[in-house]
Design a protein around this ligand. Structure first.
Ligand code: PFF
Length: 527
Protein backbone atom coordinates (compact mmCIF):
# COMPACT_ATOMS: atom_id res chain seq x y z
CA UNK A 1 0.00 0.00 0.00
CA UNK A 2 1.43 3.36 -0.83
CA UNK A 3 0.36 6.36 1.07
CA UNK A 4 -1.16 9.31 -0.70
CA UNK A 5 0.34 12.23 1.06
CA UNK A 6 -0.83 15.79 0.61
CA UNK A 7 1.39 17.91 -1.62
CA UNK A 8 2.05 21.57 -2.17
CA UNK A 9 0.48 22.69 -5.41
CA UNK A 10 3.56 24.64 -6.45
CA UNK A 11 7.14 25.29 -5.47
CA UNK A 12 6.09 28.88 -4.82
CA UNK A 13 3.45 27.66 -2.36
CA UNK A 14 6.10 25.74 -0.44
CA UNK A 15 8.57 28.65 -0.37
CA UNK A 16 5.85 31.01 0.81
CA UNK A 17 4.76 28.60 3.53
CA UNK A 18 8.31 27.86 4.70
CA UNK A 19 9.36 31.50 4.67
CA UNK A 20 6.04 32.40 6.31
CA UNK A 21 6.95 30.00 9.10
CA UNK A 22 10.36 31.58 9.43
CA UNK A 23 9.21 35.20 9.30
CA UNK A 24 7.40 36.03 12.52
CA UNK A 25 7.75 37.78 15.85
CA UNK A 26 11.39 36.67 15.85
CA UNK A 27 12.11 38.85 12.83
CA UNK A 28 10.10 41.92 13.56
CA UNK A 29 11.05 42.49 17.17
CA UNK A 30 13.41 39.85 18.50
CA UNK A 31 16.09 40.57 15.92
CA UNK A 32 16.07 44.28 16.80
CA UNK A 33 16.24 43.68 20.52
CA UNK A 34 19.02 41.11 20.09
CA UNK A 35 21.00 43.39 17.80
CA UNK A 36 20.66 46.16 20.39
CA UNK A 37 21.57 43.90 23.28
CA UNK A 38 24.46 42.17 21.54
CA UNK A 39 26.50 45.05 20.24
CA UNK A 40 24.79 46.54 17.17
CA UNK A 41 26.82 45.91 14.02
CA UNK A 42 29.13 43.51 15.87
CA UNK A 43 26.20 41.12 16.24
CA UNK A 44 26.36 40.56 12.50
CA UNK A 45 29.55 38.51 12.71
CA UNK A 46 28.13 35.75 14.95
CA UNK A 47 24.85 36.18 13.10
CA UNK A 48 26.34 35.47 9.65
CA UNK A 49 28.40 32.60 11.00
CA UNK A 50 25.23 31.20 12.53
CA UNK A 51 23.38 31.68 9.23
CA UNK A 52 25.90 30.14 6.83
CA UNK A 53 27.57 27.53 9.00
CA UNK A 54 24.59 26.41 11.02
CA UNK A 55 21.21 27.72 9.81
CA UNK A 56 21.40 26.88 6.11
CA UNK A 57 22.98 23.41 6.49
CA UNK A 58 20.52 22.40 9.22
CA UNK A 59 17.65 23.61 7.06
CA UNK A 60 18.91 21.53 4.12
CA UNK A 61 19.12 18.54 6.49
CA UNK A 62 15.60 19.10 7.85
CA UNK A 63 14.22 19.47 4.34
CA UNK A 64 16.13 16.35 3.26
CA UNK A 65 14.74 14.36 6.15
CA UNK A 66 11.16 15.35 5.32
CA UNK A 67 11.34 15.03 1.55
CA UNK A 68 13.11 11.67 1.61
CA UNK A 69 10.97 9.95 4.22
CA UNK A 70 7.73 11.85 3.52
CA UNK A 71 7.04 11.73 7.23
CA UNK A 72 6.66 14.32 9.91
CA UNK A 73 9.53 14.80 12.33
CA UNK A 74 9.29 11.93 14.89
CA UNK A 75 8.68 9.24 12.30
CA UNK A 76 11.23 10.71 9.92
CA UNK A 77 13.70 10.56 12.78
CA UNK A 78 12.63 6.95 13.42
CA UNK A 79 13.32 6.01 9.85
CA UNK A 80 16.63 7.79 10.18
CA UNK A 81 17.77 6.76 13.62
CA UNK A 82 15.60 4.00 15.08
CA UNK A 83 13.90 4.40 18.43
CA UNK A 84 16.46 6.86 19.80
CA UNK A 85 15.81 9.03 16.77
CA UNK A 86 12.08 8.92 17.31
CA UNK A 87 12.54 9.72 20.98
CA UNK A 88 14.48 12.86 20.04
CA UNK A 89 11.79 13.64 17.49
CA UNK A 90 9.02 13.53 20.08
CA UNK A 91 11.07 15.58 22.50
CA UNK A 92 11.34 18.23 19.80
CA UNK A 93 7.61 18.07 19.18
CA UNK A 94 6.80 18.47 22.89
CA UNK A 95 9.22 21.36 23.12
CA UNK A 96 7.55 22.86 20.06
CA UNK A 97 4.16 22.28 21.71
CA UNK A 98 5.11 24.47 24.66
CA UNK A 99 6.49 27.15 22.42
CA UNK A 100 3.31 27.04 20.30
CA UNK A 101 1.21 27.66 23.40
CA UNK A 102 3.03 30.75 24.51
CA UNK A 103 3.66 31.98 20.98
CA UNK A 104 -0.11 32.01 20.57
CA UNK A 105 -0.57 33.71 23.93
CA UNK A 106 1.71 36.48 22.71
CA UNK A 107 -0.27 36.65 19.47
CA UNK A 108 -3.43 36.98 21.56
CA UNK A 109 -1.86 40.01 23.23
CA UNK A 110 -0.86 41.33 19.82
CA UNK A 111 -4.50 41.04 18.72
CA UNK A 112 -5.44 43.00 21.86
CA UNK A 113 -2.96 45.73 20.97
CA UNK A 114 -4.44 45.97 17.47
CA UNK A 115 -7.86 46.32 19.08
CA UNK A 116 -6.46 48.96 21.46
CA UNK A 117 -4.98 50.85 18.52
CA UNK A 118 -8.37 50.82 16.85
CA UNK A 119 -10.46 51.84 19.83
CA UNK A 120 -8.31 54.19 21.94
CA UNK A 121 -6.47 57.44 21.43
CA UNK A 122 -3.10 55.96 20.50
CA UNK A 123 -1.07 59.09 21.23
CA UNK A 124 -2.20 58.91 24.84
CA UNK A 125 -2.62 55.19 25.50
CA UNK A 126 0.50 53.93 23.68
CA UNK A 127 2.70 56.96 24.47
CA UNK A 128 5.86 56.72 26.59
CA UNK A 129 4.19 58.68 29.38
CA UNK A 130 0.95 56.68 29.47
CA UNK A 131 0.16 55.58 33.02
CA UNK A 132 -0.44 52.71 32.94
CA UNK A 133 0.70 51.83 29.42
CA UNK A 134 -2.11 50.28 27.38
CA UNK A 135 -0.58 46.79 27.57
CA UNK A 136 -0.57 46.80 31.37
CA UNK A 137 -4.20 47.71 31.66
CA UNK A 138 -5.16 45.30 28.88
CA UNK A 139 -3.40 42.38 30.61
CA UNK A 140 -5.48 42.96 33.72
CA UNK A 141 -8.73 42.47 31.85
CA UNK A 142 -10.19 39.36 30.30
CA UNK A 143 -9.26 40.77 26.90
CA UNK A 144 -6.33 38.34 26.53
CA UNK A 145 -8.84 35.50 26.89
CA UNK A 146 -10.67 36.64 23.77
CA UNK A 147 -7.42 37.36 21.94
CA UNK A 148 -6.04 33.89 22.61
CA UNK A 149 -9.26 32.12 21.67
CA UNK A 150 -9.53 34.15 18.48
CA UNK A 151 -5.95 33.37 17.44
CA UNK A 152 -6.46 29.66 18.17
CA UNK A 153 -9.63 29.60 16.06
CA UNK A 154 -7.78 31.25 13.17
CA UNK A 155 -4.95 28.73 13.48
CA UNK A 156 -7.28 25.75 13.53
CA UNK A 157 -9.18 27.04 10.51
CA UNK A 158 -6.03 27.70 8.50
CA UNK A 159 -4.52 24.27 9.13
CA UNK A 160 -7.86 22.46 8.94
CA UNK A 161 -7.16 21.02 5.50
CA UNK A 162 -3.39 20.93 5.68
CA UNK A 163 -1.53 22.21 2.64
CA UNK A 164 -4.85 22.77 0.87
CA UNK A 165 -5.89 25.46 3.33
CA UNK A 166 -2.39 26.72 4.25
CA UNK A 167 -1.24 27.44 0.71
CA UNK A 168 -3.95 29.94 -0.32
CA UNK A 169 -3.54 31.81 2.98
CA UNK A 170 0.23 32.24 2.72
CA UNK A 171 -0.15 33.34 -0.90
CA UNK A 172 -2.11 36.35 0.32
CA UNK A 173 -0.38 36.99 3.66
CA UNK A 174 3.27 36.90 2.61
CA UNK A 175 3.10 39.57 -0.10
CA UNK A 176 1.07 41.75 2.28
CA UNK A 177 3.71 41.38 5.01
CA UNK A 178 6.51 42.41 2.67
CA UNK A 179 4.53 45.37 1.43
CA UNK A 180 3.72 46.58 4.95
CA UNK A 181 7.34 46.23 6.05
CA UNK A 182 8.64 48.15 3.04
CA UNK A 183 6.20 50.98 3.80
CA UNK A 184 7.41 51.02 7.43
CA UNK A 185 11.04 51.25 6.31
CA UNK A 186 10.31 54.20 4.05
CA UNK A 187 8.38 55.99 6.77
CA UNK A 188 11.08 55.31 9.39
CA UNK A 189 13.87 56.51 7.15
CA UNK A 190 12.02 59.66 6.21
CA UNK A 191 11.53 60.71 9.85
CA UNK A 192 14.00 63.33 11.07
CA UNK A 193 16.85 61.53 12.84
CA UNK A 194 15.68 58.14 11.58
CA UNK A 195 18.94 57.52 9.80
CA UNK A 196 20.86 57.87 13.08
CA UNK A 197 19.07 54.80 14.37
CA UNK A 198 20.13 52.82 11.33
CA UNK A 199 23.72 53.83 12.00
CA UNK A 200 23.44 52.48 15.55
CA UNK A 201 22.10 49.22 14.16
CA UNK A 202 25.16 48.83 11.96
CA UNK A 203 27.91 50.35 14.10
CA UNK A 204 29.97 47.51 15.52
CA UNK A 205 30.92 47.36 19.18
CA UNK A 206 33.59 44.71 18.72
CA UNK A 207 34.24 44.26 22.45
CA UNK A 208 31.09 42.15 22.74
CA UNK A 209 32.50 39.40 20.54
CA UNK A 210 34.44 37.86 23.41
CA UNK A 211 31.21 37.30 25.27
CA UNK A 212 29.86 33.78 24.75
CA UNK A 213 26.30 34.88 25.42
CA UNK A 214 26.44 36.90 22.20
CA UNK A 215 27.27 33.76 20.25
CA UNK A 216 24.58 31.87 22.05
CA UNK A 217 22.15 34.70 21.28
CA UNK A 218 23.04 34.51 17.58
CA UNK A 219 22.60 30.75 17.46
CA UNK A 220 19.27 30.68 19.26
CA UNK A 221 18.09 33.64 17.17
CA UNK A 222 18.99 31.65 14.06
CA UNK A 223 17.27 28.44 15.16
CA UNK A 224 14.16 30.27 16.24
CA UNK A 225 14.04 32.66 13.34
CA UNK A 226 14.55 29.96 10.72
CA UNK A 227 12.07 27.68 12.56
CA UNK A 228 14.70 24.97 13.02
CA UNK A 229 14.69 22.33 15.73
CA UNK A 230 10.87 22.22 15.86
CA UNK A 231 10.18 19.59 13.25
CA UNK A 232 8.36 22.24 11.25
CA UNK A 233 10.61 22.33 8.22
CA UNK A 234 10.63 18.53 8.07
CA UNK A 235 6.83 18.39 8.18
CA UNK A 236 6.51 21.04 5.46
CA UNK A 237 9.14 19.33 3.30
CA UNK A 238 7.33 16.00 3.64
CA UNK A 239 4.65 17.47 1.37
CA UNK A 240 7.19 18.18 -1.38
CA UNK A 241 7.68 16.01 -4.43
CA UNK A 242 10.77 13.87 -3.95
CA UNK A 243 12.59 15.48 -6.83
CA UNK A 244 12.54 19.02 -5.41
CA UNK A 245 15.69 21.13 -5.43
CA UNK A 246 16.10 21.26 -1.66
CA UNK A 247 19.31 23.25 -1.52
CA UNK A 248 17.78 25.99 -3.58
CA UNK A 249 14.65 25.94 -1.42
CA UNK A 250 16.69 26.18 1.78
CA UNK A 251 18.84 29.06 0.53
CA UNK A 252 15.79 30.96 -0.74
CA UNK A 253 13.85 30.42 2.48
CA UNK A 254 16.74 31.51 4.71
CA UNK A 255 17.56 34.56 2.64
CA UNK A 256 13.94 35.68 2.53
CA UNK A 257 13.78 35.29 6.28
CA UNK A 258 17.00 37.16 6.99
CA UNK A 259 16.22 39.85 4.42
CA UNK A 260 12.95 40.47 6.19
CA UNK A 261 14.59 40.84 9.58
CA UNK A 262 17.24 43.22 8.30
CA UNK A 263 14.71 45.59 6.87
CA UNK A 264 12.54 45.18 9.99
CA UNK A 265 15.61 46.20 12.04
CA UNK A 266 15.99 49.32 9.89
CA UNK A 267 12.32 50.21 10.37
CA UNK A 268 12.33 49.65 14.13
CA UNK A 269 15.62 51.43 14.80
CA UNK A 270 14.82 54.44 12.64
CA UNK A 271 11.41 54.95 14.23
CA UNK A 272 12.73 54.61 17.79
CA UNK A 273 15.80 56.79 17.33
CA UNK A 274 13.87 59.44 15.58
CA UNK A 275 11.96 59.96 18.84
CA UNK A 276 14.94 59.34 21.12
CA UNK A 277 13.43 56.14 22.49
CA UNK A 278 15.96 53.50 23.56
CA UNK A 279 15.35 50.01 22.21
CA UNK A 280 14.93 47.26 24.77
CA UNK A 281 16.79 44.00 25.15
CA UNK A 282 13.53 42.20 25.94
CA UNK A 283 11.45 41.21 22.95
CA UNK A 284 8.25 41.42 24.96
CA UNK A 285 9.06 44.92 26.21
CA UNK A 286 10.05 45.99 22.72
CA UNK A 287 6.81 44.70 21.25
CA UNK A 288 4.35 45.97 23.84
CA UNK A 289 5.91 49.14 25.24
CA UNK A 290 8.83 50.49 23.26
CA UNK A 291 7.71 50.24 19.63
CA UNK A 292 4.15 51.38 20.52
CA UNK A 293 5.66 54.43 22.23
CA UNK A 294 7.67 55.17 19.08
CA UNK A 295 4.58 54.89 16.91
CA UNK A 296 2.54 57.05 19.29
CA UNK A 297 5.13 59.80 18.90
CA UNK A 298 4.67 59.95 15.11
CA UNK A 299 3.58 63.37 13.97
CA UNK A 300 0.99 62.01 11.55
CA UNK A 301 -1.25 58.97 11.19
CA UNK A 302 -0.05 57.40 14.46
CA UNK A 303 -3.32 55.53 14.80
CA UNK A 304 -3.13 54.06 11.32
CA UNK A 305 0.47 53.00 11.89
CA UNK A 306 -0.33 51.42 15.23
CA UNK A 307 -3.18 49.41 13.72
CA UNK A 308 -1.01 48.50 10.72
CA UNK A 309 1.98 47.49 12.84
CA UNK A 310 0.02 45.18 15.13
CA UNK A 311 -1.90 43.66 12.24
CA UNK A 312 1.43 43.02 10.54
CA UNK A 313 2.72 41.32 13.70
CA UNK A 314 -0.46 39.28 13.92
CA UNK A 315 -0.33 38.13 10.31
CA UNK A 316 3.41 37.38 10.47
CA UNK A 317 2.87 35.50 13.72
CA UNK A 318 -0.03 33.53 12.27
CA UNK A 319 1.98 32.28 9.30
CA UNK A 320 4.47 31.01 11.91
CA UNK A 321 2.06 29.53 14.43
CA UNK A 322 0.19 27.59 11.73
CA UNK A 323 3.45 25.88 10.81
CA UNK A 324 4.00 24.88 14.42
CA UNK A 325 0.48 23.54 14.64
CA UNK A 326 0.89 21.67 11.34
CA UNK A 327 4.10 20.06 12.63
CA UNK A 328 2.31 18.90 15.78
CA UNK A 329 -0.81 17.69 14.01
CA UNK A 330 1.17 15.92 11.29
CA UNK A 331 3.25 14.16 13.95
CA UNK A 332 0.14 12.99 15.80
CA UNK A 333 -1.62 11.98 12.61
CA UNK A 334 1.33 10.09 11.15
CA UNK A 335 1.90 8.18 14.35
CA UNK A 336 -1.62 7.38 15.43
CA UNK A 337 -3.35 7.36 12.05
CA UNK A 338 -6.15 9.48 13.43
CA UNK A 339 -8.48 11.50 11.23
CA UNK A 340 -7.24 15.06 10.87
CA UNK A 341 -10.22 16.68 12.56
CA UNK A 342 -9.76 14.51 15.63
CA UNK A 343 -6.06 15.32 15.88
CA UNK A 344 -6.89 19.00 15.49
CA UNK A 345 -9.54 18.76 18.21
CA UNK A 346 -7.08 17.16 20.63
CA UNK A 347 -4.23 19.58 19.97
CA UNK A 348 -6.63 22.51 19.86
CA UNK A 349 -8.14 21.72 23.26
CA UNK A 350 -4.81 21.15 25.00
CA UNK A 351 -3.34 24.15 23.22
CA UNK A 352 -6.10 26.59 24.11
CA UNK A 353 -5.90 25.58 27.77
CA UNK A 354 -2.13 25.95 27.77
CA UNK A 355 -2.19 29.34 26.06
CA UNK A 356 -4.84 30.56 28.51
CA UNK A 357 -2.72 29.50 31.46
CA UNK A 358 0.03 31.72 30.09
CA UNK A 359 -2.38 34.57 29.48
CA UNK A 360 -4.97 34.62 32.18
CA UNK A 361 -3.51 34.64 35.65
CA UNK A 362 -2.35 38.22 35.26
CA UNK A 363 -6.03 39.05 35.35
CA UNK A 364 -7.01 36.37 37.85
CA UNK A 365 -4.25 37.09 40.35
CA UNK A 366 -3.31 40.72 39.95
CA UNK A 367 -0.72 40.58 42.74
CA UNK A 368 1.33 37.89 41.09
CA UNK A 369 2.54 38.09 37.50
CA UNK A 370 1.97 34.36 37.17
CA UNK A 371 1.31 34.33 33.45
CA UNK A 372 4.42 36.27 32.63
CA UNK A 373 6.44 34.32 35.14
CA UNK A 374 5.43 31.02 33.56
CA UNK A 375 6.04 32.37 30.12
CA UNK A 376 9.42 33.62 31.21
CA UNK A 377 10.37 30.21 32.62
CA UNK A 378 9.08 28.18 29.72
CA UNK A 379 10.85 30.52 27.39
CA UNK A 380 14.04 30.13 29.36
CA UNK A 381 14.05 26.34 29.10
CA UNK A 382 12.13 25.48 25.97
CA UNK A 383 13.63 28.22 23.89
CA UNK A 384 16.96 28.98 25.47
CA UNK A 385 18.06 25.38 25.98
CA UNK A 386 15.47 23.15 24.32
CA UNK A 387 16.15 24.37 20.82
CA UNK A 388 19.88 23.96 21.15
CA UNK A 389 19.48 20.47 22.62
CA UNK A 390 17.13 19.40 19.83
CA UNK A 391 19.49 20.90 17.24
CA UNK A 392 22.40 18.98 18.73
CA UNK A 393 20.59 15.64 18.80
CA UNK A 394 19.24 16.19 15.32
CA UNK A 395 22.73 16.78 13.93
CA UNK A 396 24.04 13.69 15.70
CA UNK A 397 21.23 11.53 14.31
CA UNK A 398 21.59 12.91 10.80
CA UNK A 399 25.36 13.26 10.86
CA UNK A 400 26.32 10.01 12.54
CA UNK A 401 23.40 7.57 12.55
CA UNK A 402 21.88 8.13 9.12
CA UNK A 403 25.12 9.41 7.76
CA UNK A 404 25.16 12.96 6.45
CA UNK A 405 26.54 11.51 3.22
CA UNK A 406 23.21 9.80 2.54
CA UNK A 407 21.24 12.97 3.10
CA UNK A 408 23.76 14.79 0.91
CA UNK A 409 23.40 12.23 -1.88
CA UNK A 410 19.64 12.47 -1.67
CA UNK A 411 19.67 16.26 -1.78
CA UNK A 412 22.33 16.42 -4.51
CA UNK A 413 20.38 14.06 -6.75
CA UNK A 414 17.98 16.89 -7.61
CA UNK A 415 19.83 20.08 -6.76
CA UNK A 416 21.65 22.39 -9.11
CA UNK A 417 24.12 23.40 -6.43
CA UNK A 418 25.95 20.33 -5.18
CA UNK A 419 26.79 19.98 -1.51
CA UNK A 420 30.37 18.87 -0.95
CA UNK A 421 32.05 16.93 1.82
CA UNK A 422 32.07 20.18 3.79
CA UNK A 423 28.37 19.55 4.44
CA UNK A 424 29.25 16.34 6.30
CA UNK A 425 31.99 18.09 8.23
CA UNK A 426 29.59 20.80 9.29
CA UNK A 427 26.85 18.41 10.31
CA UNK A 428 29.08 15.91 12.07
CA UNK A 429 31.64 18.11 13.78
CA UNK A 430 31.30 21.86 13.47
CA UNK A 431 27.62 22.38 14.29
CA UNK A 432 27.39 19.84 17.15
CA UNK A 433 30.65 21.23 18.55
CA UNK A 434 29.37 24.80 18.46
CA UNK A 435 26.01 23.83 19.94
CA UNK A 436 27.63 21.84 22.71
CA UNK A 437 29.99 24.65 23.62
CA UNK A 438 27.21 27.20 23.73
CA UNK A 439 24.98 24.87 25.75
CA UNK A 440 27.65 24.22 28.33
CA UNK A 441 28.35 27.90 28.70
CA UNK A 442 24.63 28.71 28.96
CA UNK A 443 24.04 26.06 31.61
CA UNK A 444 27.06 27.06 33.63
CA UNK A 445 26.06 30.71 33.63
CA UNK A 446 22.34 29.96 34.09
CA UNK A 447 21.75 32.33 31.20
CA UNK A 448 19.78 31.45 28.14
CA UNK A 449 18.45 33.96 25.70
CA UNK A 450 14.79 33.69 24.91
CA UNK A 451 11.92 35.57 23.44
CA UNK A 452 11.26 37.12 26.79
CA UNK A 453 14.82 38.27 27.22
CA UNK A 454 14.65 39.17 30.89
CA UNK A 455 14.25 37.14 34.00
CA UNK A 456 11.54 37.93 36.51
CA UNK A 457 13.21 38.89 39.75
CA UNK A 458 11.69 37.16 42.76
CA UNK A 459 14.42 38.07 45.19
CA UNK A 460 12.06 40.33 47.09
CA UNK A 461 9.10 37.97 47.21
CA UNK A 462 8.86 36.78 50.81
CA UNK A 463 7.85 33.55 52.56
CA UNK A 464 7.30 30.11 51.15
CA UNK A 465 6.05 31.52 47.88
CA UNK A 466 9.29 33.46 47.45
CA UNK A 467 11.39 30.40 48.19
CA UNK A 468 9.41 28.36 45.71
CA UNK A 469 9.65 30.97 43.01
CA UNK A 470 13.39 31.20 43.48
CA UNK A 471 13.98 27.48 43.05
CA UNK A 472 11.27 27.16 40.42
CA UNK A 473 13.54 27.35 37.39
CA UNK A 474 15.11 24.10 38.52
CA UNK A 475 11.77 22.51 39.37
CA UNK A 476 10.51 23.41 35.94
CA UNK A 477 13.70 22.10 34.39
CA UNK A 478 13.33 18.75 36.13
CA UNK A 479 9.66 18.43 35.25
CA UNK A 480 10.49 19.36 31.69
CA UNK A 481 13.37 16.91 31.35
CA UNK A 482 11.79 14.01 33.23
CA UNK A 483 8.18 14.58 32.22
CA UNK A 484 8.90 15.60 28.63
CA UNK A 485 11.65 13.02 28.24
CA UNK A 486 9.48 10.27 29.75
CA UNK A 487 6.53 11.10 27.56
CA UNK A 488 8.74 11.22 24.46
CA UNK A 489 10.23 7.85 25.39
CA UNK A 490 6.79 6.36 25.90
CA UNK A 491 5.55 7.72 22.58
CA UNK A 492 8.58 6.39 20.76
CA UNK A 493 8.00 2.95 22.24
CA UNK A 494 4.35 2.68 21.32
CA UNK A 495 4.01 -0.21 18.99
CA UNK A 496 1.03 -1.25 17.01
CA UNK A 497 0.60 2.14 15.52
CA UNK A 498 3.53 1.58 13.22
CA UNK A 499 1.89 -1.61 12.06
CA UNK A 500 -0.74 0.47 10.40
CA UNK A 501 1.85 2.55 8.63
CA UNK A 502 2.22 2.15 4.92
CA UNK A 503 5.44 0.73 3.66
CA UNK A 504 8.25 3.11 4.39
CA UNK A 505 10.29 2.22 1.38
CA UNK A 506 14.04 2.62 1.84
CA UNK A 507 13.95 6.35 1.98
CA UNK A 508 17.44 7.37 1.03
CA UNK A 509 19.65 6.31 -1.80
CA UNK A 510 22.01 3.76 -0.44
CA UNK A 511 25.67 4.49 -0.15
CA UNK A 512 28.71 3.08 1.55
CA UNK A 513 28.24 2.32 5.20
CA UNK A 514 24.48 2.43 4.97
CA UNK A 515 22.49 0.43 7.48
CA UNK A 516 20.42 -2.23 5.88
CA UNK A 517 16.63 -2.19 6.07
CA UNK A 518 15.39 -3.84 9.21
CA UNK A 519 18.28 -2.40 11.11
CA UNK A 520 16.65 0.71 12.43
CA UNK A 521 15.45 1.93 9.08
CA UNK A 522 12.29 1.20 7.22
CA UNK A 523 12.09 -2.38 8.40
CA UNK A 524 12.11 -1.44 12.02
CA UNK A 525 9.26 0.95 11.62
CA UNK A 526 7.19 -1.52 9.76
CA UNK A 527 7.74 -4.46 12.03
N1 PFF B 1 10.35 31.63 13.10
C1 PFF B 1 9.28 32.24 13.86
C2 PFF B 1 9.66 33.63 14.25
O1 PFF B 1 10.75 34.08 13.89
O2 PFF B 1 8.86 34.28 14.90
C3 PFF B 1 8.93 31.46 15.09
C4 PFF B 1 8.77 30.01 14.85
C5 PFF B 1 7.78 29.54 14.03
C6 PFF B 1 9.64 29.15 15.38
C7 PFF B 1 7.66 28.21 13.76
C8 PFF B 1 9.54 27.83 15.11
C9 PFF B 1 8.56 27.37 14.31
F1 PFF B 1 8.48 26.11 14.08
Amino acid sequence: MTESRAQWKSKMGFILAASGSAIGLGNIVMFSSNAYRFGGGAFYLPYFIALFLVGMPVMVAEFGLGASTRKSFPLAMRVAGGRAGEFAGWFAILNAGFITMYYITILGWVAGMAWGALTTDVTASFGASAKPPFFDSFKMTYGPFFGVVLVWILNLLIVSRGTKSIEPVVKVFLPLMWLAMIVLVFVGMSLPGGFEGVKVLFTPQPEVLGDLSVWQGALSQMFFSLSLGFGVMTAYASYLPKDSDLTHNAVTTSLLNCGFEWIAGVAVFSILFSFAIAPSSSTIAMMFYVVPAGIAAMPFAAKAFAIGFFLLLLVAGLTSSISLLEALVAAGQDKFRLPRWRTLAIFGTVGVIGSLVFALPAAALPGLPLGLWLLDLTDHWAFGYGLLIVGLVECIVIGWVVGSGRIRDFVNANSRFRLGVWFDLLLRFVIPGLLLMILISAVSQGEAGGLYGTKTDFSKTEGILGSFLRVSPWVVFLVWMLGGGGLAWWLSGRRGVEEGLPDLEAPLPSGPGVRSAGEGTAGEVDS
